[in-house]
Write a protein that binds this ligand. Structure first.
Ligand code: FES
Length: 152
């Protein structure tokens, strides 16, 4: 854990600079995505690199990476110094496979929806979304058909 520095930011400063609410910052901290130290008055103080961490968290969430996954990736960032370019590159490489899979799933979703929106036939022969009487419900919950289509 880093030591308190004069340049450290209060939770209000971080909220203002990052555009993230104080309650969200507390949530991120509770989930160990960001870290603070306490000053003599027992107030949270954040190293300035927290702003980049929050940007990465927000960007990753925006593309559908889970908080757990973000936490795992961020666990490899140094805590005794601000992460450098290499640290961030290493982190982003961890998500390449997942992002490639998400792109593949989005393409499959786009293709299926393009075919089905405005169609409504739910044809047994041609509709990629048709699941009569929830036959796939016994195997898995959720959009099983889309999962199957995207994994092929
Ligand atoms: S609803 Fe017609 S192809 Fe899916």
């Amino acid at each position: 854990m880093s030591k308190l520095k004069k340049s450290d930011l209060s939770v209000g400063d971080v909220a203002k600079r990052s555009g993230v609410s104080v309650s969200t910052l507390h949530f991120y901290e509770e989930k160990q995505l960001i870290h603070s130290v306490r000053n003599a008055g027992n107030q949270r103080r954040y190293n300035r690199d927290v702003l980049r961490r929050i940007s990465v968290i927000k960007a990753a969430q925006k593309v559908g990476i889970s908080l757990n996954n973000i936490k795992q990736a961020m666990a490899f960032l140094p805590t005794n110094r601000a992460p450098n370019k290499n640290d961030w590159q290493r982190l982003s490489k961890q998500w390449n496979t997942e992002l490639d899979q998400k792109i593949k799933e989005l393409h499959a979703l786009r293709d299926n929806l393009t075919n089905c929106i405005g169609c409504g036939c739910l044809s047994l022969r041609k509709c990629p979304l048709y699941n009569p009487e929830d036959q796939l419900g016994s195997r898995q919950s959720g959009a099983v058909i889309l999962n199957r289509k995207s994994s092929t």
